[in-house]
Ligand binder design. Structure first.
Ligand SMILES: Nc1ncnc2c1ncn2[C@@H]1O[C@H](COP(=O)(O)OP(=O)(O)OP(=O)(O)O)[C@@H](O)[C@H]1O
Length: 460
């Protein structure tokens, strides 16, 4: 007992040991804080905490990726996941996959794949194991179910996932979309509670090969589109948003919609078809604009007859203002997103507000005009598969004389596969039009003569 008591350290020895230990710790802390860089400090601290406390703390981390970001704005990360995940077929947890047919008429059309609700799918990124699951919940008073992905990983990798994996995801989805064959057309569905874009498969097969336009116009448009798609660096270097605006104008039936289809098919861009009349006000227009995906066409047809005002039942005027529209074309809102083409079409360019036509607003103004001899021959080659006929000469002469649209010509050429009959019916149409136009001109001249006569009588 005595010897034990003698071996125990004295209070003063313990105290001096404690003081020395504290001094060393303070010295260590000072060195650690002053000399070791902050990032290394964080790393070491994290490792120490993980070592001592990891068994008490959750080690998994889950990212929640909702379909809609804010009101009707589609979350681009959700969209990217929707595109990318079905390509990881072998990693589905349940062996289930959604399969949708895009085209009943074409059995060779590619089927669309999707992830079923509550199905897990795994991915590997630089050795990190990732688990994806798609969930859905119903919300009261909202017609559509809310869909969201859960992406779970080890907590220690969350920073890497945020900084690198999401970029990889977006890039992968982008390159998948660039190679796809099936485009979509979206229409804006305005509901009382939640408005959104509804999509369907875009099946307009017009390409620049089947669009009958003058060769020079075709070259101009294709060159412009090529320069645009390769122009990311250029647009950035000159401080401009990566977007392009086209105004297509001309009489009905001259191929404006067909030109839009050719552009979409050439660029492999989806189309967002917006009826301006269905937009409540500028703020809704702004929201719509931010909800459009990159690599897409925003199409506003018949911009002249949109009469940007509309009356509600309560006779309250609702409108998209001209400045809202101009902002959409070249203001700050138009700068959100990348690689976008805005196309306005109109049958009456002269009715448009001059501010919309000022240089720099829409990059290119394209006149879609009445049929020319070249366009006529191109249509005949397409529809009747011939490049010469005895009726070509009289038809070409009349095409130069009267206003006939490519749509009218195409309509006559579709009547039969027999070239003699089809061309004869086209010639008849042109002759009838010639007579009509001559009569109209005479009427106008007669009207002018009568007016002049009356004026002379008055003057006397
Ligand atoms: N340039 C063209 N090349 C080939 N086909 C054409 C051309 N223009 C018109 N057509 C034919 O006419 C139809 C109608 O043309 P389209 O809808 O593209 O004209 P539009 O100018 O957009 O008319 P609208 O102003 O009435 O909308 C097309 O489906 C196509 O078959």
């Amino acid at each position: 007992m005595t010897s034990l008591y003698n071996q125990a350290p004295s209070v003063s020895a313990v105290f001096s040991l404690y003081t020395s230990f504290s001094a060393i710790m303070m010295l260590f802390r000072t060195i650690f804080n002053d000399i070791v860089p902050k990032r290394i400090q964080d790393y070491i601290t994290g490792k120490v905490v993980d070592f001592f406390f990891s068994s008490y703390l959750p080690t998994r981390f889950t990212f929640v990726i909702e379909k809609e970001w804010d009101d009707s704005v589609e979350n681009a990360t959700f969209r990217a996941a929707e595109v990318y995940l079905p390509t990881l077929l072998s990693r589905l947890s349940t062996g289930k996959l959604l399969v949708g047919s895009s085209n009943l008429k074409n059995p060779e059309a590619h089927t669309k794949l999707g992830i079923p609700i509550d199905t897990g799918i795994t991915d590997e990124f630089e050795g990190i194991h990732l688990e994806w699951t798609l969930h859905s919940v119903e919300t009261p008073n909202v017609p559509n179910v809310k869909r969201f992905f859960h992406l779970t990983c080890e907590k220690e990798f969350r920073k890497k996932i945020m900084e690198e994996y999401f970029t990889y995801l977006t890039k992968s989805a982008d390159s998948i979309l660039r190679q796809r064959e099936c485009l979509k057309i979206y229409t804006y569905d305005r509901q009382q509670h939640s408005s959104c874009w509804l999509s369907t498969v875009f099946e307009h097969h017009t390409t620049f090969e089947t669009l009958a336009i003058e060769p020079q116009l075709k070259t101009t448009v294709i060159d412009d589109l090529d320069a645009f798609s390769k122009g990311k660096g250029f647009f950035k270097s000159v401080g401009r948003a990566w977007k392009r605006g086209y105004l297509l104008y001309g009489p009905p039936g001259t191929g404006k919609s067909s030109m839009v289809a050719a552009i979409a098919n050439y660029m492999k861009y989806d189309i967002y078809d917006l009826q301006l009349q269905s937009v409540r006000d500028d703020s809704e227009l702004r929201r719509i604009l931010t909800s459009i995906a990159n690599r897409s066409i925003l199409l506003i047809e018949d911009i002249d007859c949109g009469s940007r005002k509309r009356q509600t039942k309560e006779t309250k005027e609702e409108r998209v203002s001209l400045s809202g529209l101009l902002n959409l074309v070249d203001g700050l809102w138009s700068s959100c997103g990348e690689e976008r083409i805005i196309i306005f079409t109109t049958n009456h360019k002269e009715k448009l507000d001059p501010s919309l036509l000022r240089p720099g607003r829409m990059d290119i103004h394209i006149l879609m005009d009445y049929c020319t001899p070249f366009v006529f021959k191109k249509l005949v080659a397409l529809y009747l598969k011939i490049d010469d006929h005895i009726l070509f000469d009289p038809i070409e002469k009349l095409v130069l004389k009267v206003s006939v649209t490519p749509a009218e010509v195409a309509h006559q050429l579709m009547v039969t596969k027999n070239a003699d009959i089809a061309l004869k019916s086209l010639l008849d149409l042109l002759e009838t039009k010639t007579v009509k136009e001559e009569e109209d001109t005479k009427e106008i001249e007669d009207g002018d003569d009568t007016r002049k006569l009356n004026q002379m009588k008055k003057d006397k």
